[in-house]
Ligand binder design. Structure first.
Ligand SMILES: Cc1ncc(COP(=O)(O)O)c(C=O)c1O
Length: 465
């Protein structure tokens, strides 16, 4: 089968990203464009369009419009995912040889740019839920403990990245965290890939957006948490800590010379859609329906985990002795495609389309899973064995240049990693180049089966020292 034929495949429910639910919730103007002659919209950077960086043109006008609308310093469309804009943001905060502070649930794209640009990550650990096996959102006191830690005493921190909300929808009091970092004179980049729509919905009892919380840089994934096409993203820049022209240079450095015009139009239309009264009302209705789905399912004893994002349905299969990977395979066979299986949970994304008859469908599916999986396991999430603060023993970019050898996971104990070990989704690294692989980490990886597969045959590149 070819890729193009597979793309037509129908599923009963597409509960994954992109959140436009296979076109059904795409912005109206984008749909009109797609109904034009196929490909007519595939244009180069004609003078009328300009580019992200030009002094005039429709792209500049559009970016300026959103900057004015949300009273920020500048806005930038992205056509290489939230990943691309996160990477440019990191480059605008830190130079080669400088340090940035990262939570352990950081996205892999940030690690990759640290490797390429010789920026040294300092990891800080997060609190952990032994019910879900997932990280908990950061509390202010926790972050204060990190920032005051002696290990950071003589290190100049060029910036910090906060991930909010988490993949599964947990969110922290972002305003308090941003304010705390600013008190320590540390620039803040918030990876709000999963929370774009929070910015548009006041009075809907949603978490505060980091844009309103005055973070210096905020990255949105417009396909994960708005109704844009895959790869579309937005960077919001405010205040004067990050220099605008430096930021533009760093975006330009990583940007293709042929940005896809359809994706640029998608950036513009998905954002505008949420500023339009009628569409916004429609989306607010979706949010309230999603809240209802959650409470109805809970009242029917379906074990859902409460998060701060109503559009994420996190099913706690682990509490019934069924791991998320097994459950996910069961759902897949039924044509119900989830976004994120993990050891204890499966996360489904409702997206922005009306989910008709969802409650009955999901309850029946859950009952059917319970009756079909007879063998239950005792699943016990264990906290990843990370220290509160950890700096890779060798800068990741140096590790990349050294001689390496491939060894089994067991043989890697005590050696320095040359690889990023990172299951996707969620794309959170468990080890990065330059980090020493402790026995506890290997034992934990194998026990927790975080990659959803048998790790005993897993091989990894380590430094040849
Ligand atoms: C928290 C977080 N940040 C950033 C990204 C990268 O987004 P994209 O796939 O749009 O590049 C992801 C993707 O999974 C993510 O989960």
């Amino acid at each position: 089968m070819s890729i193009s034929s597979f793309l037509r495949k129908k599923f009963s429910r597409s509960l994954f990203f992109p959140s436009h639910n296979r076109g059904k919730a795409l912005p109206k103007k984008l749909v009109q464009l797609l109904y034009e002659d196929p490909g007519v919209w595939d244009l180069p950077e004609l003078p009328e369009l300009g580019s992200l960086f030009s002094d005039f043109g429709l792209i500049k006008d559009s970016q300026d419009y959103f900057a004015r609308k949300f009273a920020v310093n500048s806005c930038w469309f992205g056509v290489n995912g939230a990943s691309g804009l996160l990477q440019s943001s990191i480059l605008s905060m830190a130079n080669s040889g400088e340090y940035i502070l990262l939570p352990r649930n950081i996205h892999i794209s940030v690690i990759k740019i640290c490797i390429v640009a010789n920026i040294i990550p300092i990891f800080f650990d997060l609190e952990f839920s032994d019910i879900t096996g997932q990280y908990l959102p950061i509390k202010k006191e926790w972050l204060k403990k990190i920032l005051n830690n002696n290990l950071l005493n003589n290190i100049k921190i060029a910036g910090i990245v906060l991930v909010n909300p988490h993949y599964q929808g947990y969110s922290c009091e972002i305003e308090a965290l941003v304010e705390l970092c600013h008190r320590f004179e540390i620039p803040v980049l918030v990876d709000e890939a999963h929370g774009s729509y929070f910015l548009f919905c006041e009075n809907s009892d949603l978490p505060n957006s980091a844009v309103n919380a005055k973070a210096d840089l905020v990255v949105h994934s417009l396909h994960k948490s708005l109704n844009g096409l895959t790869q579309t993203a937005m960077l919001w820049h405010q205040g004067d800590i990050i220099d605008k022209s430096n930021l533009a240079r760093k975006i330009n450095l990583l940007q293709t010379t042929s940005p896809n015009s359809l994706l640029l139009a998608s950036c513009e239309e998905s954002l505008k859609d949420w500023l339009e009264k009628d569409s916004l009302e429609k989306y607010k209705k979706r949010i309230s329906e999603a809240k209802n789905i959650y409470s109805e399912l809970v009242s029917k004893d379906v074990p859902l985990i409460k998060t701060d994002d109503p559009l994420k349905i996190v099913l706690n299969t682990g509490s019934y002795g069924i791991d998320g990977f097994t459950a996910d395979k069961f759902f897949y066979k039924k044509g119900i495609i989830s976004e994120l299986p993990e050891m204890m949970t499966v996360t489904f994304c409702l997206g922005f389309v009306e989910q008709r008859n969802f409650i009955d469908m999901f309850e029946n599916l859950w009952k059917s899973l319970l009756s079909s999986i007879i063998e239950r396991k005792e699943l016990k999430p264990i906290k990843p064995p990370f220290s509160l603060i950890q700096i890779p023993e060798i800068p990741p970019s140096e590790a990349l240049l050294k001689d390496i050898q491939k060894v089994s996971l067991h043989q890697s104990i005590g050696k320095i990693s040359a690889d990023i070990i990172c299951p996707y989704p969620p794309g959170i690294p468990l080890a990065i180049p330059g980090e020493r692989i402790e026995k506890e980490r290997v034992d934990w990886l194998i026990k927790q089966g975080l990659m959803g597969e048998n790790l005993l045959d897993f091989y990894i590149n380590v430094l040849n020292t």
